[in-house]
Design a protein around this ligand. Structure first.
Ligand SMILES: *[C@@H]1O[C@H](CO)[C@@H](O)[C@H](O)[C@H]1NC(C)=O
Ligand SMILES: *[C@@H]1O[C@H](CO)[C@@H](O)[C@H](O)[C@H]1NC(C)=O
Length: 324
């Protein structure tokens, strides 16, 4: 017995040292290679201004007035993507999706650019008057500006809808099982609202991409190390609205990165808020699940392999889910 304990010490300690020095060497090598071969990146490219620096082009200040919705769906979308907005309006974005539960739908946009910009903007004005579900601020709508979009979304909630209970930030190429989200995860009949609560597809050890060709390239000067702090994939995360003012306050002290989900993770880590893993691992698959009414009846949200099929999938799901 004693012997085996000694043996463990003899093996584990040196092994631990070896692993630690190896990981130290790897990150040092990365740093040196980065300094030798990476072009320095101008800091401004990674500095994203606070949401107050932008002003509303379209807004819905009365959408929540005097009411405390149970759930607000916040959907970032590109200005030109009317087909995606219409598909969501007639599927999981219907505000009366769950009888007796107040749900709101808000699309979050920046400004469109290119030669079609003024035409798109005029159409957006009409669409906004028709549906009353669009907010837009005057930053350029681009992948690199998604963190601005998320901060605008939080700022809107804090300003115009602070009494909402929960919110979900969800991408347009997703399928959302609203009934499971409301009844299985959040539970409107619960005595107490969850506090400091955020869940979704948690990424515990997200590797930082250092190849400059990558869409997710992150220079060492902006974020060192090998892994990001734990965060929840931006495809769809659910959180309690009490977190909104806390994240906004903390964000003033944390230099933004353009990966909005990583940035929210950084703010939460600094706040000491732990990410919640969903009780059922099937709720938030990180990769797309091919459509099948029975597997979709178990989950809350998933990326659709073919987003244009959302209406078709949705209507089939409404018909067949009860057969599972
Ligand atoms: C954004 O607004 C803040 C406070 O109003 C100001 O200090 C800052 O310089 C602004 N940043 C930009 C890029 O305009
Ligand atoms: C982000 O938006 C700001 C404000 O409109 C703009 O100046 C900047 O070029 C945009 N950045 C990218 C990468 O699109």
């Amino acid at each position: 017995m004693k012997k085996s304990v000694n043996l463990n010490h003899k093996i584990i300690l040196p092994l631990l040292c070896a692993v630690m020095s190896l990981s130290f060497c790897v990150s040092l090598t990365w740093r040196i290679l980065g300094m030798l071969f990476n072009k320095p990146v101008p800091m401004e490219n990674y500095t994203i201004a606070y949401p107050h620096n932008y002003t509303y082009v379209l807004n819905e200040p009365d959408k929540c007035r005097g009411s405390a919705p149970f759930l607000v769906l916040m959907i970032p979308v590109a200005p030109h993507d009317r087909p995606a907005r219409d598909a969501i309006r007639e599927t999981w974005g219907q505000e009366n999706c769950v009888p007796g539960v107040a749900i709101l739908r808000i699309f979050v946009l920046g400004l469109s650019w290119g030669h079609q910009a003024s035409k798109i903007q005029a159409e957006l004005g009409r669409e906004s008057r028709e549906h009353r579900d669009i907010i837009q601020k005057d930053f350029l709508d681009s992948y690199r500006n998604l963190t601005i979009k998320t901060m605008v979304m939080l700022d809107w909630l804090a300003t115009y809808c602070p009494r909402a209970s929960y919110t979900m930030k969800i991408d347009t190429d997703m399928f959302l099982n609203v009934d499971n989200l409301v009844n299985k995860l959040l539970d409107p009949s619960a005595l107490h609202l969850k506090q400091d609560y955020i869940t979704g597809p948690v990424i515990g050890y997200g590797i930082i991409r250092r190849d400059q060709e990558s869409k997710w390239y992150m220079p060492f000067e902006v974020f060192g190390g090998v892994f990001y702090p734990p965060y929840i994939s931006g495809i769809g995360y659910v959180f309690s609205v009490d977190l909104v003012p806390k994240i906004l306050r903390m964000s003033k002290f944390i230099r933004p990165v353009f990966l909005e989900d990583v940035y929210i993770g950084m703010c939460l880590q600094e706040l000491g808020v732990k990410l919640t893993y969903a009780a059922d691992s099937r709720y938030f698959p990180r990769f797309s699940v091919s459509y099948n009414p029975c597997s979709f009846s178990q989950l809350i949200s998933t990326t659709l392999a073919h987003p244009h099929q959302l209406p078709e999938v949705w209507h089939d799901f409404q018909r067949t889910k009860f057969a599972c």
